[in-house]
Design a protein around this ligand. Structure first.
Ligand code: EPU
Length: 337
């Protein structure tokens, strides 16, 4: 277990904010974590478990304990002719895991190429892109409970997954389960999902295999989304909102091009990027924060932004979208203070 005092979180948040935590604790094994969960001083402090920090916004220095898993490793649990199940340490870099699957010709997560973050967070927030969600391939999530200190393994059903949501993100469960491993089930006979947006046109005339799909996804992401190492950001700041069909139909009369993704008979999802764009907010700045020019769903740290600059800009976006469309945008990014 590694313990640091007054530790900079600069390398642990992709907004690249230079904030500090009173304590930073990194555990390397389940044994370490069990010890930590019995430590009275730790249990008396405010705490927050993070992954790579690619979906977090720190509003100020943190006066407690930031915890990070350093559990790595990829283990084959079982396989047959069609599938393989792998147990992956929460601290494995998500995209290295995707690359490893693609190299081994195991399909399922290739559309999720190049998403920043770690494997543990993929299961926490059900990352998604290009028509695929992590939950499509998650078999189990291995956790420890902060309340009881006991190990608990969740099946896919118990994780209660939906769009960018899970059991672990529910208000009553937030922060109470630390993910140590995720079990992914991948297919040896991949079925490609190529219907989303630009993928088909990128692949026109090319052979379709896991490598070419991965390459296409990486090119699309690189052309739209800023690289957090160059321009701090946390990907989409808001989730795409759900609307009741009546609200959608009334907006459609005024805005015939409003994007439409059916959810069920009564609900549709629309595009937060489109709504923000229609409010004319591309490039808008507040302090050091800015709305990204190519994808307005992304807020960037343009020049020495503080967490508060980013939060205030997000608030302005939320207000503008509400005033124009009567839609309340919800953050995908998790605020920590
Ligand atoms: N759009 C505009 N103006 C723009 C950009 C986009 O109006 O400048 C509209 C267009 O109508 C476009 C639509 O937004 O068709 C959708 O854009 P895009 O395909 O880029 O996807 P998104 O809905 O904005 C979601 C995810 C992304 C994921 C992409 C691809 C959420 C919150 N975001 O974005 O995830 O990469 O789809 O699947 O669901 C992330 O979560 O950090 C993330 C990047």
């Amino acid at each position: 277990m590694r313990i640091y005092e007054n530790y900079s979180l600069l390398k642990h948040n992709t907004f690249n904010l230079d904030i500090k935590t009173r304590w930073f604790v990194e555990y390397e094994s389940e044994g370490d974590l069990q010890k930590l969960l019995k430590d009275e001083y730790f249990l008396s402090q405010p705490s927050c478990h993070i992954g790579r920090g690619s979906n977090l916004l720190f509003l100020s220095d943190f006066y407690g304990v930031i915890i990070h898993s350093a559990i790595k490793g990829i283990e084959v649990l079982n396989e047959d002719e069609t599938h393989i199940r792998l147990k992956i340490g929460a601290a494995e870099i998500w995209d290295s895991f995707v690359e490893y699957c693609v190299e081994n010709r195991w399909g399922g997560v290739e559309n999720l190429s190049f998403i920043p973050g770690e494997v543990g967070s993929s299961a926490y927030q059900n990352i998604g892109a290009y028509g695929v969600e992590a939950s499509d391939c998650i078999s189990e999530v291995h956790t420890y409970s902060l309340k009881t200190g006991e190990k608990r393994i969740f099946s896919n059903e118990e994780c209660n997954y939906s769009y960018r949501h899970s059991f672990f993100k529910m208000q009553e469960n937030k922060g109470l389960y630390y993910i140590t491993h995720v079990v992914y089930q991948l297919s040896k006979q991949p079925e490609f999902k190529l219907n989303y947006g630009d993928i088909k046109s990128y692949l026109e005339g090319k052979e379709i295999n896991l490598q070419t799909v991965r390459k296409a996804i990486i090119s699309i992401r690189e052309s739209k989304l800023p690289n957090p190492e160059i321009l701090g950001n946390a990907g989409s700041f808001f989730i795409n909102p759900y609307l009741c069909i009546v609200h959608y139909e009334s907006l459609k009369k005024q805005y015939p091009n409003i994007p439409y993704y059916p959810v069920n008979e009564k609900v549709v999802k629309t595009s937060a990027a489109w709504l923000i764009d229609r409010c004319g907010l591309k490039g808008k700045t507040l302090g050091g924060a800015a709305v990204h020019e190519k994808q307005p769903l992304v807020i960037v740290n343009k020049k020495n932004a503080t967490g508060k600059d980013i939060a205030l800009l997000a608030e302005e976006i939320r207000k503008a979208v509400y005033e124009k469309f009567k839609i309340e945008l919800q953050s995908e990014v998790i605020y920590i203070q």
